[in-house]
Ligand binder design. Structure first.
Ligand code: C2O
Ligand code: CU
Ligand code: CU
Length: 438
């Protein structure tokens, strides 16, 4: 029997010096003097009590990306007042699912996340496959001035960033530029990749070696999927089984080129060097059956709602990033217990990482085809000129929720939708969306 417990954490947000390499020290914003913030750990069913103290010069909120918590704890400014400088807020929620989750600022997020306001939250239970080691690998990228400061950019740069999302020229893994990762020959490790960058699409590649995807946003897949590369979009997680390798078989973790927009040509990047040390015995056991994922709806299920991501010309901004033709779209209510089958389309010529807060969905169709494997997702790439059909079930957690593009600059520009989940027996949650000041 699994027993649950209450876990108390304190996260204090401050500005501090952080060495990204032997040569470069930068001023970052983050939690408990660590960039990324500390890895929070729990067992499924535990209650998390997380006090966030804000010792920055500006307000913040913390969003628990991928956790099915109650709306009031979701950390968006639809549901809570921002935590002002000097103030503290206690988040309290149960973690009902196992998997790789993360927390990040949801206020002035382009600036706060670029500076390091994020960390991982790992939830496990007794049914996990056994590995020789478990590593959390958060990937990000930053752009610095000649004086190693976060720069504001000139007008053109800012226009380009609003359009494409900010991409940095320095790629970081756990806050370090091209760090070394050690693994022993003969062993198999679980590597939990999290893409916390504002806009970089990472085509993860281990120098051509095979690896197995074992999980993603909402926990384990049904079976390991053997691949040589996998796309990880901003916000998304990929758990992989890496190894066994042979001694001295060192290689690079890379991101292959991905052309996300008509303008942008992302170059290949080195993310880390893997050093394979002496052979050690292994206790790793990766079964073929990891778990079962019950399909929520068949491929042909009737669409209950259409959500359209598009870009449009605008007098004010040159270009607008829209959902159903609106900035900060206010979408229809969703009833508790009514299966949602949404067609999410992208009419633009660029990719957008679609992210739903608070609920996992299954992709049941992409451009008319069933996906390669079943998975619980909260972030999924919308390719240019394409459509996905997703199914999700609003369980009984009424309140204001949202979906948005996880390219942070697009989200900030208004590419998002707010909606309320209501329990028809109880009536509206009483929380009302307040409009954003632009
Ligand atoms: Cu990581 Cu509003 O999301
Ligand atoms: Cu908004
Ligand atoms: Cu976008």
């Amino acid at each position: 029997m699994q027993t649950t417990t209450t876990r108390f954490y304190q996260l204090t947000a401050t500005e501090f010096d952080w060495k990204i390499s032997d040569q470069i020290t930068i001023k970052v914003w983050g939690f408990n003097q660590s960039f990324p913030g500390p890895v929070l750990k729990a067992r499924r069913g535990d209650t998390m009590v997380i006090k966030v103290k804000n010792d920055l010069q500006e307000a913040t909120t913390i969003h628990w990306h991928g956790i099915r918590l109650s709306a009031s704890m979701d950390g968006t400014d639809d549901v809570q007042k921002p935590i002002q400088p000097g103030e503290e807020f206690e988040y309290r929620f149960i973690v009902p699912d196992t998997g790789t989750f993360w927390y990040h600022s949801h206020f002035n997020e382009t600036r706060q996340m670029e500076r390091g306001m994020y960390g991982a939250l790992i939830v496990e239970d007794d049914t996990e496959p056994v590995f020789d080691a478990d590593k959390v690998l958060m990937m990000d990228d930053i752009k610095l001035t000649a004086d190693n400061e976060f720069r504001k950019g000139n007008f053109i740069e800012r226009w380009m960033e609003r359009h494409d999302g900010r991409q940095g020229d320095i790629v970081l893994l756990n806050g370090k530029e091209e760090p070394e990762i050690n693994i022993n020959a003969g062993q198999t490790e679980r590597w939990r990749f999290i893409n916390s960058s504002s806009a970089r699409y990472i085509r993860l590649y281990l120098g051509g070696k095979d690896f197995k995807i074992i999980g993603t946003d909402g926990g384990l897949l049904e079976h390991p999927e053997e691949v040589t590369e996998v796309l990880i979009i901003p916000g998304e997680r990929m758990d992989i089984a890496a190894g066994p390798f042979t001694e001295g078989e060192n290689f690079l973790i890379e991101s292959l080129a991905y052309n996300r927009t008509t303008f942008l040509k992302t170059k290949d990047r080195n993310i880390a060097t893997v050093k394979v040390g002496a052979t050690k015995p292994s206790i790793a056991r990766l079964p073929y059956n990891l778990r079962e994922i019950e399909p929520l709806a068949p491929q042909g299920a009737e669409i209950t709602r259409k959500v359209k991501f598009s870009v449009g010309a605008s007098w004010k901004h040159g270009i607008d990033f829209l959902v159903n033709g609106q900035l900060h779209n206010v979408d229809k209510q969703v009833n508790v217990g009514e299966l949602q089958v949404w067609e999410v389309s992208n009419t633009s010529l660029m990719d957008h990482p679609f992210h739903l807060h608070g609920f996992f969905f299954q992709v049941i169709e992409e451009n008319g085809k069933a996906p390669v494997y079943k998975a619980w997702k909260d972030s999924y790439n919308l390719k240019p000129k394409s459509k996905i059909k997703i199914a999700w079930m609003p369980d009984n957690r009424p309140g204001m929720w949202m979906y948005h593009c996880h390219i942070l600059e697009h989200h900030e520009a208004g590419m998002m939708g707010h909606f309320e989940v209501v329990n028809p027996e109880k009536g509206p949650s009483g929380v009302h969306h307040h409009h954003h000041a632009h």
